[in-house]
Design a protein around this ligand. Structure first.
Ligand code: ARG
Length: 555
């Protein structure tokens, strides 16, 4: 049962929905609370008076034990026996499905994320889009949506002409085969450092050859592309993300002309210094460039074609773009152009912007040579995780496997834990601390709960009536909050809510673990505590899995 919904329904008051019912910061006040401030406008009374009136007309029942009105808040104390029973029974019934829903049935959400650039480094700057998008994908599926993961590959542009030119001049098949994306990237960097005017002209010619369907140029291009994809897919596997489509920018080559025709027919195209633009001055934005003066299309042109294609193909309910805030203007512009083209669904496009991740030593510069490859960050984290685990429990079996789960978890959690729009500094020591607000802490708590369950040897059974003590009840309330946390995370495109939730539940479980005997308790108390442990274990694992993080059974 959703208690917030229950309370809202029971209040049956204008302006009050389940979302208005909050969890007070301290449980002395109540288990749930309704702030009455925003109701003042509707009822033309002071919040204090409104809370008082609502209190007087509220009739307690078997779910809500007590109501009080304090300083404009209406505070509720729930029936603890009832809440404990209903939450735990629900978790035992639904197991790893607890928190899922069917709110998304029949609706498709497209999620454009990671969207790597072919032949360019897959660096730490791609971490956030990859793990935030990957998590949203899992969250939406969990909420019943049909999620479509799209990797809008950066596989279009003059850089491929440059790459072919550099390969022809300095490269050879064996070296590139062996070095993969690194070798390709080296060629590209070298071109940018050393190419003279004649090489630049050659590069433009190669690009033209790719465009005009020349066989050799296209074979080379496809080869570079497949080497890049092979490489990034290895990283996707580690980070637990996957895609349903790899339709990149190039895929839209033949789908741009109809868009340009439509823009022209709508009288939206204007010539400006030889280029074709859509004027957005009225909306306080610079013009959206559609065709350069040499007739070449742009990033925005391909995004327009892609959005239309996605609408036609998937008939999405929403289409999300998980892309750094540096591209805010780009998204605002092309969303606006679609609106001007009379696409009513333009309002369903969402730029899910996020901040920058940088390393502690500041080594994030993308200038040549200073790029930090994501792969190196992952490897270093796994290595450090091994050392941390070894120190804590050197007799542990499968240390390598566990270090991998812990190290990868730390990379993912490090990028997910903060509100996504914040810039974050990634610190190896911080993300791998057993004590901090980290995935390691959550994983460790999970393993701890699992170990209790293993030792108990008992079948989990719920006592028919049990009055939880404070520490137990805090865990119960946290467990009860999981479904709404998942819903919130989906609605706000904010996986960090789940990451924070997992830390909070782990902290509450650990407090309970320290305060209460479990295995040496007797009778109903033992049964209840084991049941609580099992439920916490299940929910912690589910929360981690929604972030793409695995939970070792032992640590
Ligand atoms: N490849 C682009 C970049 O690295 C991101 C693409 C995002 N998706 C999109 N539909 N524009 O900047």
């Amino acid at each position: 049962m959703d208690y917030r919904e229950y309370i809202a329904k029971k209040l049956n008051t204008e302006g009050v929905t389940a979302a208005d019912v909050a969890l007070p910061p301290n449980s002395e006040m109540g288990d749930y609370a309704l702030p009455c401030f925003k109701l003042a406008k509707i009822f033309r009374k002071s919040p204090v008076q409104i809370a008082e009136d609502l209190k007087n007309s509220f009739v307690c029942d078997s779910v809500i034990d007590e109501v009080s009105a304090v300083n404009g808040y209406l505070n509720f104390k729930v029936n603890k026996v009832g809440l404990a029973k209903s939450v735990l029974s629900e978790i035992f019934k639904e197991r790893e499905k607890y928190g899922s829903s069917d709110e998304g049935n029949g609706k498709t959400v497209c999620i454009d994320y990671s969207s790597v650039n072919i032949a360019k480094p897959f660096h730490i700057g791609h971490l956030s889009t990859t793990v935030i998008g990957g998590s949203l994908y899992k969250i939406y599926k969990f909420l019943g949506y049909n999620a479509v993961g799209i990797n809008h590959l950066g596989d279009y542009g003059t850089q491929f002409g440059k790459l072919i030119c550099a390969y022809k001049k300095w490269g050879d098949r064996a070296t590139v085969e062996k070095g993969g994306i690194h070798a390709i990237n080296e060629l590209y960097v070298r071109f940018n450092e050393q190419a003279d005017e004649s090489m630049q002209a050659e590069a433009r010619e190669y690009f033209r050859l790719i465009e005009s369907g020349d066989r050799e140029a296209n074979e080379l291009f496809e080869w570079f592309k497949s080497l890049t994809l092979e490489y990034v897919k290895g990283i996707y596997d580690k980070l637990n993300v996957s895609f349903d489509s790899y339709a990149g920018e190039r895929f839209y080559t033949d789908k741009m002309q109809p868009v340009i025709d439509e823009l022209r027919a709508d009288n939206l195209l204007k010539e400006s210094e030889g280029a074709q633009i859509v004027d957005l001055e009225k909306y306080g934005m610079p013009p959206c460039l559609i065709l350069r003066s040499d007739g070449a299309s742009l990033y925005a042109t391909r995004d327009l074609a892609a959005a239309i294609y996605r609408k036609n193909t998937y008939d999405f309910y929403k289409c999300l773009y998980v892309v750094a805030y540096q591209q805010n203007l780009h998204f605002k512009q092309f969303f606006k152009v679609l609106e001007l083209m009379g696409k009513p669904w333009a309002k369903d496009l969402v730029h899910v912007a996020y901040g920058m991740v940088s390393l502690e030593d500041g080594a994030m510069s993308t200038r040549k040579g200073k790029v930090v490859w994501l792969e190196d960050v992952i490897n270093k984290c796994v290595e450090k995780a091994y050392a941390v685990i070894d120190e804590k429990n050197s007799a542990l079996e499968n240390k390598e496997r566990i270090a991998e789960l812990v190290g990868l978890g730390a990379v993912i959690f490090g990028a997910l834990y903060n509100n996504k729009i914040k810039d974050v500094t990634f610190s190896y020591d911080k993300v791998l601390s057993f004590e901090g607000e980290t995935s390691v802490y959550v994983q460790y708590t999970c393993a701890r709960a699992n170990s209790v369950l293993q030792k108990s040897g008992a079948k989990i059974q719920l006592p028919p009536e049990y009055m939880p003590n404070n520490a137990e009840f805090e865990v119960i309330k946290a467990l009860a909050a999981f479904p709404e946390t998942v819903r919130d995370a989906g609605e706000k495109y904010e996986p960090s809510l789940i990451a924070r939730y997992a830390v909070d539940l782990a902290q509450k479980y650990n407090k309970f673990y320290i305060d209460c005997k479990i295995l040496t308790a007797e009778g109903d108390a033992r049964d209840f505590r084991l049941a609580l442990t099992s439920a916490a274990h299940t929910v912690l694992k589910t929360a981690l899995s929604l972030l793409g993080i695995g939970a070792p059974e032992k640590m």
